[in-house]
Design a protein around this ligand. Sequence first.
Ligand SMILES: *[C@@H]1O[C@H](CO)[C@@H](O)[C@H](O)[C@H]1NC(C)=O
Ligand SMILES: *[C@@H]1O[C@H](CO)[C@@H](O)[C@H](O)[C@H]1NC(C)=O
Length: 408
Amino acid sequence: MVVLALTILVGAVSVLSLGVLLWVICKHFWIEHIPEGITHPMRLRFLSCFLHLSMTWGMIFEKLGLCYAAQFASFLHDLKPLKKDPDVVVTDIHFGTVPVKLYKPKEPSSTPRTGIIFFHGGGSILGSLRTHHNICLRLAKDCDSVVASVGYRKSPMYKYPVMKEDCETATVHFLRSLHVYGVDPARVVVCGDSIGGHAATVVCQEVMNRKDLPKFRAQVLIYSLLQSIDFQSPSYQQNDNIPLLSWNLAFYCWCCHLDINSSWKSVIKNGKHLPPEVWEKYRKWLGSEHIPERFKKRGYQPVPPGPVNEDAYEEIKFILNATCSPLIAEDDIVSQLPETCIVSCEYDLIRDHSLLYKKRLEDLGVPVTWHHMEDGFHGVLNTFDIRFLSFPCSSRIMDVVIQFIKKL
Ligand SMILES: *[C@@H]1O[C@H](CO)[C@@H](O)[C@H](O)[C@H]1NC(C)=O
Ligand SMILES: *[C@@H]1O[C@H](CO)[C@@H](O)[C@H](O)[C@H]1NC(C)=O
């Protein structure tokens, strides 16, 4: 009897697993699109299916009330083994209440080193100290620097502004204790990818005016999320179904992080979440006329904003806060930002954030080093150390970032 029940159970689980796998693969081929400019399309297909498989199982467990989808997906992504390097000492510590992984070159140095405070990406729902471990290890080793990677609390368990507050707490703690870690106060760099780049620039904008703290020497922003206002710029239209960040996934992360009702989807897609005068006010910074023509060649249809949905506006207007959309911080803030390295990817949903922020910084006299990856897509950096699945572009991003930091 028991044997029979077990057999049925195992059979049912196998059929379900196979069904989920087939569903994910079919959905990938049905919806997602891999442009010719991306090298190794099969690797990207594999990565995309893995991401969606982990999220789909997560959704099943979420529906069963066991955990959030992203928690389960993160659990799977964190199974990646941590690399060791005999030249770098890695310690798990806390800055205040915030967990931090600290990377320090083993070799003693006669002079203080460069310090890097690093914020990982993952749309605020995924990513962790583990998923970005190898990136930080490499930064510490190749830049001969002390890296503090920040394990901020994620959505959907913790909503905006918890992530920002954790990042700020960790940063202030680090800046106050540089001498403990042998870091030169004149050479502290803030760095992040995707929403980690968002955290980097928000922290930079917030901390800059504090007289009691050393100033950042530079910021490194890798395909960063820099605004939460406009979802119809050219890159949103051109790259809406390109792995690893589709429009729908970005919107899902946005709702989780900002605690916004996902039923506003079509309102937001049509720009009806803000009144025309607000669009007009920020056009000088967000308007697609500020994006060079060569980035519109793959197609772009301007969407005139429809009449505002007042209820949506009421719920959503806090996104106009610069801690949510650092791209629209005032001139007197942006003009004081330190030298910046921006990495953008052509096949990235949020490519235009980088292009627009670059323009703002340059217009206000901030030195910008810009690297545009013609074959890059969102999230590519995380593949730089997965042997069979890595993309040449990820090594190039690592190299340009390391070069930039070494020259400071
Ligand atoms: C989201 O909006 C829908 C439709 O307006 C509503 O039925 C639902 O209760 C809302 N959900 C939450 C969590 O507020
Ligand atoms: C922006 O948000 C922060 C909290 O994250 C708040 O302290 C600040 O007052 C807000 N600014 C405006 C203009 O609403």
